[in-house]
Write a protein that binds this ligand. Structure first.
Ligand SMILES: Cc1cc2nc3c(=O)[nH]c(=O)nc-3n(C[C@H](O)[C@H](O)[C@H](O)COP(=O)(O)OP(=O)(O)OC[C@H]3O[C@@H](n4cnc5c(N)ncnc54)[C@H](O)[C@@H]3O)c2cc1C
Length: 299
């Protein structure tokens, strides 16, 4: 591990961390250590790092804000590639833009409001990066990434690539991007609206989100996808699971599709709750809930 870290230090200008606690990088504040933790500053650095990792046979994952990730208590023994430094923004007269994969979606939305660019304002308050939002096809209200995305610039083991929307196959909280590709930037095309109207929508969405989802403790948003025709929170609630606690993890009293970290929760506590929810909802309703969150790492 140390030899790979030393070689990565030659490639990257930023720090190469060994054993970085991943709970510091997830909104759940849960997760064991990373074998290696790096933050490449551009596509070239990223590709050079991936080439080395491929040579030495070390796996990797991308990490944005960690707002949809449950990292197991044993951590992830490969390399965690944090996209936080990929934040460039380029806006064009015709309403198109190219923005970095590590850019916070909220920062992008603020720019869109100023520039009168419509299409993402209903996503205000989602604590995502652009890359994470593209891969998950994040959405809220009537909008999602698919509505504005033209394609993404990725880097994989073979180098930089561009995937159009067709290849991305964006679906409800899912896409075809495999785990060895890192989205470095997104090509977007917006509609037009007045800055006043956009600002009003953003304000409303932030307020509504605080009212419905202000659970007051670390969480990862909705744990399960809504099955067609149903709301996951209602199915969980109808099974009497609201407030159920395992270790430091609890099904939120306020929003039954959120699991909160009341302090010191382990990934295993969350996984036990997820398992209980799935089994009880299946038994009582016959509906199989599918997790929206992604589970990564070793027990
Ligand atoms: C309070 C709260 C509210 C939320 N509300 C919503 C909501 O309304 N709608 C919604 O859709 N989601 C919501 N989420 C979930 C979450 O914010 C989204 O899924 C978001 O898209 C995840 O982005 P991220 O940058 O945090 O990705 P991460 O959680 O860091 O990663 C998620 C997955 O994407 C991969 N990934 C991340 N970045 C890249 C990249 N650059 N290239 C390739 N792969 C990458 C990771 O490897 C991982 O598999 C909410 C979460 C929280 C905590």
């Amino acid at each position: 591990m140390n030899a790979v870290a030393a070689e990565l230090r030659e490639i990257l200008k930023g720090p190469v961390l060994v054993g970085e606690p991943l709970r510091l990088h997830t909104t759940w504040r849960i997760g064991g250590p990373a074998g290696l933790f790096i933050t490449p500053r551009n596509e070239e650095e990223l590709f050079a790092a991936l080439r080395l990792l491929t040579q030495v046979g070390m796996s990797w994952i991308a990490l944005g804000t960690g707002s949809n990730l449950l990292i197991r208590d044993g951590g992830f023994s490969g390399a965690v590639i944090h996209t936080g430094a990929l934040r460039d923004m380029e806006f064009h007269e015709d309403g198109s833009a190219k923005v970095g994969g590590g850019l916070p979606v909220m920062r992008l939305i603020r720019q869109c409001v100023q520039r009168g660019l419509a299409g993402l304002e209903e996503l205000a308050g989602i604590p995502a990066t652009v890359g994470g939002a593209a891969v998950m096809n994040a959405g809220a209200g009537k909008q999602n990434l698919a509505g504005v995305l033209e394609g993404v610039f990725l880097v994989g083991p073979e180098g930089p690539e561009y995937w159009s929307c067709e290849r991305l196959d964006l679906r409800y909280r899912a896409s075809a991007v495999p785990s060895d590709r890192i989205v470095t930037a997104a090509a977007l095309r917006f509609g037009r609206a007045s800055s006043e109207l956009l600002a009003k929508t953003v304000k409303q969405r932030l307020l509504a989100r605080r009212q419905a989802q202000g659970v007051g403790k670390p969480n990862a948003g909705s744990v399960f996808k809504n099955p067609p025709g149903f709301q996951a929170w209602r199915l969980i609630d109808d099974c009497g699971l609201r407030g159920r606690t395992v270790g430091g993890a609890q099904i939120s009293e306020k929003h039954a599709n959120f699991i909160i970290n009341r302090g010191g929760a382990r990934a295993s506590d969350v996984l036990t709750l997820i398992d209980e929810i799935k089994k009880k909802v299946q038994k009582q309703t016959g509906i199989e809930l599918e997790p929206e969150i992604r589970v990564i790492g070793e027990a």
